[in-house]
Design a binder for this molecule. Structure first.
Ligand code: NAD
Length: 298
């Protein structure tokens, strides 16, 4: 293997330790622990397991976290009423609504209803807009985690050509905007399902981010020698040798790409753990910011 492995688990553990220390300082200064409320609608097994992992990590960091588990048939109106309650609660700092929601509920309506100052997932249009114009706000956890990984691995972004494959609101678009930010200063290309000559563009990347949702989409011939390859994808592929009948793979053909790349993230154990770590960081920030606002208003 020529590429250096970017160990997301180890980097996430370091971020979580920093958050834990920050929470300790915060509570020692006389504040209540940052409070995170995670709203889970229905019993989607993957969503339930993501929520469990978030709550566990939050508790370990000293964050006061709680899941609000609602039945799958809750009405949109009742869900919006609950969001309103959490928005106005003086003891709640961060709200996360686990997506996707059941079909009869409009995800975007619910995201619009969140107080942007409690939107620790960074999905509210106000936070999306702040990111675009370079103002402080909440940044979606997965792309924020990728920037953190690159920084902590000593990978230079200034002047680097970053190619992002995928243009979702959760990963691709905020990723591109983070690369563009002053201080990060990459030159950015965004590719998507209609991009022509994608392999040729990918080969020009100093930093290649794959956020597509297709196993082994990025092949070795799409990687520039020495590039940093960041694999966001989480895909289930059948594997009869595993008890559960499947294994998780990314969007990158890891075995082949690692022979060409300079750095590479594994799946699992790469970007995934960073997403949770950044959620905790955002929750601590939410508590600090709310305190500042309240202090100014008082
Ligand atoms: P999405 O389905 O919303 O977006 C996928 C993007 O890929 C689209 O913008 C589309 O244009 C692009 N795409 C699809 N087919 C393509 C093709 N043939 N060529 C070029 N581009 C193509 O997905 P998403 O929410 O951005 O997630 C992407 C992947 O990342 C999924 O596997 C998801 O599970 C994973 N994910 C992981 C984390 C994490 O914490 N590691 C977080 C979010 C998403």
């Amino acid at each position: 293997m020529s590429a250096q492995l970017i160990d997301g688990k180890a980097i996430a553990a370091a971020v979580r330790a920093d958050v834990r220390a920050g929470v300790e300082d915060w509570t020692q200064a006389g504040h209540a622990p940052p409070a995170l409320r995670v709203v889970l609608v229905g019993d989607h097994p993957a969503s339930a397991s993501y929520v469990r992992a978030k709550i566990r990590a939050a508790s370990e960091a000293g964050v006061d976290s709680e899941t609000i588990h609602l039945p799958a048939d809750i009405s949109e109106l009742d869900l919006l009423a609950l969001i309103d309650e959490l928005n106005t609660s003086p003891t709640v700092d961060g709200i996360l609504v686990q997506l996707p929601l059941p079909d009869h509920i409009d995800d975007s309506k619910v995201i619009h209803a969140l107080d942007p100052d409690k939107d620790v997932d960074g999905f509210h249009p106000e936070n999306a807009g702040r990111l675009v114009i370079g103002e402080a706000g909440f940044v979606p956890c997965t792309p924020a985690g990728i920037i953190e990984m690159l920084e902590r691995s000593g990978i230079e972004t200034s002047g680097a050509h970053a190619v992002v494959i995928g243009r979702s609101n959760i990963v691709g678009k905020p990723m591109a905007n983070l690369f563009l930010k002053r201080g990060t200063d990459a030159t950015v290309t965004v590719c998507h399902s209609r991009t022509k000559n994608l392999a040729e563009i990918a080969r020009q990347a100093d930093i290649l981010v794959a956020a597509i949702g297709r196993p082994h989409f990025v092949t070795a011939d799409m990687v520039k020698p020495g590039a940093a390859v960041i694999d966001v994808g989480i895909n289930r592929v059948e594997d009869a040798s595993r008890e559960r009948g499947y294994r998780l793979v990314g969007d990158v053909d890891f075995e082949a790409a690692k022979e060409i790349a300079g750095w590479i993230t594994p799946v699992p154990g790469g970007v995934g753990p960073m997403t949770i770590a950044m959620l905790l960081k955002n929750t601590l920030d939410a508590a600090r910011r709310r305190h500042e606002h309240t202090a100014v208003e008082a």
